[in-house]
Design a protein around this ligand. Structure first.
Ligand SMILES: *[C@@H]1O[C@H](CO)[C@@H](O)[C@H](O)[C@H]1NC(C)=O
Ligand SMILES: *[C@@H]1O[C@H](CO)[C@@H](O)[C@H](O)[C@H]1NC(C)=O
Ligand SMILES: *[C@@H]1O[C@H](CO)[C@@H](O)[C@H](O)[C@H]1NC(C)=O
Length: 232
């Protein structure tokens, strides 16, 4: 046998080993096949026409928060996570969670979540967008974003009360309902909150309200941080 043939045999064997399929790869391929634009329409929400709404579960974690007492605003860095079920994306590998970045999020239906009382939201896209998606075999989709949000606070006596509201931009509760995914544990906060101007973090609450508008009822989640004036 010539060296040429041996090296071709080696190349085939080793390439196959490197690229041999395993469940993790098969699950990604199945996800990509099922979310292919030719078979999956990401403009159709998973419950469309079923007389029930998509339940979107929210959790968030505040990494840092900075009060500006002059214009009564707060700038908050957070991880923001959303979870719902899309049975169209079920895959056959129960032990595998398919994980990908923005390109995976772009393939699937996502809720049109917005923060109505935010003055500005900044995301980081360098070196890469700070977002990821995870799809479980039963079709549970989980997406996470990291961003910075600046929102208004209200002065109540000596406290600044700073709500951040979460709502669907276009879907009423007929189509999309929001809920705090982990009850009281749904909104976490770092212990070393940076505050300036003599305010210190004094507590947080979560709440859910229904906004009744002429176009329908909209679910609104509210995360509130409270800052008290430091009395030294
Ligand atoms: C839709 O659901 C509501 C309550 O969940 C029920 O009252 C109504 O009859 C349902 N409509 C149809 C067409 O199934
Ligand atoms: C999917 O599986 C996860 C656990 O892996 C579970 O928390 C979730 O409730 C399941 N969702 C449905 C729709 O069965
Ligand atoms: C503000 O002060 C008033 C009067 O002392 C009191 O009734 C009210 O509960 C206070 N509000 C808060 C948010 O502490």
């Amino acid at each position: 046998m010539s060296y040429k043939i041996i090296s071709i045999v080696l190349l085939i064997c080793c390439t196959q080993q490197i690229f041999s399929e395993n469940d993790a790869i098969r699950a990604v391929k199945e996800f990509k096949a099922k979310s292919d634009p030719n078979v999956y329409d990401k403009d159709i929400n998973p419950k469309l026409g079923q007389n029930s709404s998509v339940n979107v579960g929210i959790t968030l974690y505040v990494i840092s928060s900075k009060i500006n007492p002059i214009d009564k605003s707060v700038t908050t860095n957070m991880y923001f996570r959303q979870k719902w079920s899309d049975p169209r994306l079920q895959h056959s590998y129960p032990s595998v969670k398919v994980v990908g970045s923005q390109s995976f999020i772009d393939r699937v239906w996502i809720p049109d979540t917005f923060l109505p009382n935010a003055d500005s939201i900044t995301t980081v896209s360098i070196p890469t967008p700070t977002s990821f998606a995870m799809i479980e075999s039963n079709g549970t989709v989980f997406i996470s974003h990291k961003f910075q949000v600046t929102s208004r606070c209200l002065l109540e006596n000596t406290s600044l009360v700073c709500p951040i509201e979460i709502e669907s931009y276009g879907y009423s509760m007929k189509d999309v309902d929001f809920e705090w995914a982990k009850g009281d544990q749904s909104a976490g906060i770092t212990t070393d909150i940076e505050t300036i101007g003599g305010y210190k973090f004094s507590g947080k609450t979560i709440d859910k309200k229904v906004e009744k508008l002429s176009s329908g009822n909209y679910a609104r989640l509210i995360f509130t941080m409270k800052f008290e004036r430091d009395t030294i």
